[in-house]
Design a protein around this ligand. Structure first.
Ligand code: UD1
Ligand code: CA
Length: 453
């Protein structure tokens, strides 16, 4: 990596009309976080010294979402093209000495190593020795080149110019190498290039792509780095958003397996940007990881479970059909079985909640056994209350624990109880209506019904 300072300019002034959304395009989520955050995380890897975001339509939304981040905003109003957008960023680049990366806010999957390649090409001597490299363009060969700008190479594999689709001749349209939009500029050259742009083209816009031919005319060389189509998906519509999600999910599934987790059916498992799986974690089919999940080594997440904001310790088993909500902390070797929902609760080592329970705002001691159908009644319509269950306690099936309630270590709660208050350690507590038995009543009842027929 070059030791020169790197500034990034992110173009995000467009309306994103084709998303048909009240939300700004760059704020639509991929893997559970706004797409722009993925791009910013990549820029952290290349260690940019300054980031300028060009905003226009819907800029309030973008600026609010970026609160607390070290980002400078440049407003482009009206929007007269990509070159015009970078011109709008120039005042915010004042005083920056070094390289300038131009990126699109709606092209968030670009890998950091591709940006690093572009920057190193910017400082390498061009292969044919002609002139100094003034800029580097990131190209790709999409399956369907559609309306992308085409990269016209010269005889030496350097870039001669970029033609926009609308301005291209049939033979130029036949070129398969396309412009991704990402460019790396020598910062000393950029203002001069921009000042020479005109809007005499099919769209009447100031095209950033025209800087290529301008740089050539000033004696600089322009180089191309190529990347894969999947890394350069531009999100213009909900269909593109789904394509980008598929790419990022595939990356995360592959990374999880590369790190030693088994995914029986990878394509059916959905991750968030921050999901962490340890080694020898087994994930069965159809599992969804929302944000903030950490699964430690050797744990098993069985089919059809949904987890978010949860921590699962070593060798615990979750599911099938379990739901872990924010604040669920499952201890070593603990078991959370089918149709169990856990929220804001600490379940200690070896505890079992095997079937059909709601455990919220609670702590469950080590090796406690929570019977089927146990419900912590944590909410009275106004406030939330805590349930504490001691180590080794046994809660009989279908108990309603009306919080605040504390069950001591080793205590037993009889099945079907509705309890609140305290149960001392090793006591038995139960609430149960007295049993009634009427010998032979059922037989007599049926006989009476038969006679009426
Ligand atoms: C642009 C490129 C094209 C390339 C394609 C890749 C130009 C002239 N063309 O075309 O060669 O193949 O991207 O996707 O650069 N934006 C602004 N202000 C503006 C105009 C655009 O901020 O005035 C932003 C948009 O929000 C978007 C990005 O720039 O993030 C690209 O703009 P868009 O209009 O989609 O460019 P294309 O016509 O697709
Ligand atoms: Ca576009």
């Amino acid at each position: 990596m070059t030791s020169r300072a790197i500034a990034a300019v992110i173009l995000a002034a467009g309306k994103g009309t084709r998303m048909k959304s009240s939300q700004h395009k760059v704020l639509h989520p991929l893997a559970g976080q706004p797409m722009i955050h993925h791009l910013l995380a990549t820029l952290d890897h290349v260690q940019t010294s300054r980031t300028v975001m060009v905003v226009g339509a819907g800029r309030d939304q973008v600026e609010t979402a970026m609160a607390g981040r070290d980002i400078r905003f440049a407003v482009q109003e009206p929007q007269l093209g990509t070159g015009h957008a970078v011109m709008a960023a120039l005042p915010e680049l004042d005083g920056h000495k070094g390289d300038i990366l131009v990126l699109y806010g709606d092209t968030p999957l670009i890998p950091a190593d591709i940006l690093a390649q572009m920057l190193s090409r910017l400082h390498s001597t061009p292969p044919n020795g002609s002139g100094k490299t003034g800029l580097v363009v990131l190209g790709f060969r999409p399956k369907d080149p559609a309306q992308y700008g085409r990269l016209v190479l010269d005889g030496d594999d350097a870039l001669d110019r970029i033609v926009e689709y609308k301005d291209a001749t049939p033979s130029e349209r036949a070129i398969s190498l396309c412009n991704s939009g990402v460019m790396a500029f020598d910062g000393a050259l950029l203002p001069d290039l921009l000042s020479r742009l005109t809007n005499s083209n099919a769209n009447g816009e100031y095209y950033l792509t025209d800087t290529v031919a301008i740089a050539r005319s000033l004696g600089a060389s322009v180089q191309v780095v190529e990347a894969l189509e999947d890394d350069l998906i531009g999100v213009n519509s909900r269909m593109d958003l789904a394509k980008a999600e598929a790419v990022i999910q595939k990356r995360m599934r592959d990374a999880a397996m590369a790190n030693g987790a088994t995914l029986i059916d990878p394509a059916s498992v959905y991750f968030s940007h921050d999901t962490k799986l340890g080694r020898d974690v087994l994930v069965e089919p159809h599992v969804v990881f929302g944000p903030g999940v950490h699964i430690a080594d050797g744990a098993t997440i069985r089919a059809f479970s949904h987890l978010e904001g949860a921590h699962v310790a070593e060798n615990a088993t979750i599911g099938p059909y379990a739901r872990l909500r924010p604040g669920a902390e499952i201890g070593i070797g603990a078991k959370v079985g089918n149709f169990v929902e856990i929220k804001k609760a600490k379940v200690e080592e070896g505890a079992k909640i095997s079937h059909l329970s709601y455990i919220g705002d609670a702590s469950i001691g080590a090796h406690a056994n929570i019977g089927a159908g146990t419900i912590t009644c944590n909410y009275d319509g106004f406030s939330k209350y805590h349930t504490s269950i001691g180590a080794g306690a046994f809660i009989g099936s279908n108990s309603a624990l009306v919080a605040p309630v504390t069950i001591g270590a080793g205590a037993i709660v009889g099945a079907g109880s509705t309890l609140s208050g305290n149960v001392e350690a090793d006591d038995l507590a139960l609430t149960r209506a007295e049993r009634q038995t009427r010998p032979g009543w059922a037989k007599k009842f049926r006989a009476a019904k038969q006679r009426k027929k």
